[in-house]
Design a protein around this ligand. Structure first.
Ligand code: XBP
Ligand code: MG
Length: 241
C-alpha cells in the first residue's frame, strides 16, 4: 500500500528558484562582488544542487582567482547572507505553492498517507516558505529532511534516506515527487518510485526513470498517483494452483 508521499521543495512545492536567484544577486552586490546570475546562467548552474556547492562551482569555473582554499570563508559568508535575504524575501512576499500541491497534500492526509519533505535547501528556507504561504504546511509534513541533515546533495540519495529513516518506511511503500534530473536521480538511487512535475527551470531536464512527468499537479489526483505507484508494487506471489 502507498503509505507516504515525499516532496521535493524548490521547483516542486513552489517555484522558488527566482527568489533564490534574486537573493544570490543581492548578496553579491552587498559583498561588492562583480557577479550577476541572470536566468540563462542560473539555469545552467542549477545542474549543481546546493547553493553552497553552486557558489564554489561558479567561483572555480568563472572567477578562479577568487576560488582556491582561501575563498571558503567568502563563499560561506555569501551563502549565509543569501539565506538571510531569501528567508526574509519568501516570508514577506509569499511564493505560492504550485498548482495542485495543496489539494493533493490535503487529499493524501485525509486518506491517511504520511507526508515528508526531502530537499537540498536548508530547513530555514523551507520554514520561511511555509510561513509565507500562511503556515498551514507546517502541519502537513511529518518530517523535513533538508541540507542540514544530509550534506551530500542530490542526485546523491542521502536526503531521501534520511526521510525514509525518520518515517520508518521502506522506499517501495513511498512515492517521491520531484522537478529536476538531480531530484529524480536521488529518489531512484534511494529506491523510491518517483513522479515529476517540470518546473520553470527544469523544462529541459532529463527526467527518465520517473513513472510520469506532469506539467504540474493541478490535474493529478491521489488516485492517479496510487495507480502509478501500483505499477511498481511487487506482485503478490501466485496463489495455490
Ligand atoms: C534546490 C536546490 C537548492 C536551491 C538553493 O533544492 O538545489 O540548492 O537551489 O537553496 P530542491 P540553498 O530542489 O532539492 O528543493 O541555497 O539553500 O541550497
Ligand atoms: Mg527541486
Amino acid at each position: 500500500m502507498l503509505e507516504a508521499l515525499i516532496f521535493d521543495v524548490d521547483g516542486t512545492l513552489a517555484e522558488t528558484e527566482e527568489a533564490h536567484r534574486a537573493a544570490f544577486n543581492q548578496a553579491f552586490a552587498e559583498l561588492d562582488l562583480p557577479w550577476r546570475w541572470d536566468p540563462p546562467l542560473y539555469a545552467r548552474l542549477l545542474a549543481v544542487s546546493g547553493g553552497r556547492e553552486r557558489l564554489r562551482h561558479y567561483a572555480e569555473t568563472c572567477d578562479p582567482q577568487r576560488a582556491g582554499p582561501d575563498c571558503a570563508p567568502l563563499l560561506a559568508a555569501l551563502h549565509r547572507r543569501k539565506t538571510e535575504i531569501y528567508t526574509a524575501m519568501v516570508r514577506d512576499n509569499a511564493v505560492p505553492f504550485r498548482p495542485g500541491v495543496v489539494a493533493l497534500s490535503l487529499a493524501a492526509r485525509a486518506a491517511g498517507l504520511r507526508l515528508a519533505v526531502a530537499t537540498t535547501t536548508s530547513r530555514a528556507n523551507v520554514l520561511a516558505l511555509f510561513d509565507g504561504t500562511g503556515g498551514d504546511a507546517h502541519a502537513w509534513f511529518e518530517t523535513l529532511a533538508c541540507a542540514d541533515d544530509a550534506p551530500r546533495k542530490k542526485p546523491d540519495p542521502a536526503v531521501y534516506r534520511v526521510a525514509l529513516e525518520r518515517l520508518g518506511l521502506p522506499p517501495r511503500s513511498c512515492l517521491a515527487i520531484e522537478d529536476s534530473a538531480n531530484g529524480v536521480g536521488a529518489a531512484l538511487a534511494a529506491g523510491l518510485p518517483v513522479v515529476a512535475t517540470r518546473g520553470a527551470y527544469t523544462a529541459n531536464d532529463d527526467l527518465s526513470g520517473a513513472l510520469a512527468v506532469f506539467p504540474d499537479l493541478a490535474a493529478v489526483s491521489l488516485a492517479d498517483l496510487q495507480r502509478l505507484w501500483r505499477r511498481t508494487a511487487p506482485h503478490p506471489p501466485p496463489g495455490p494452483p
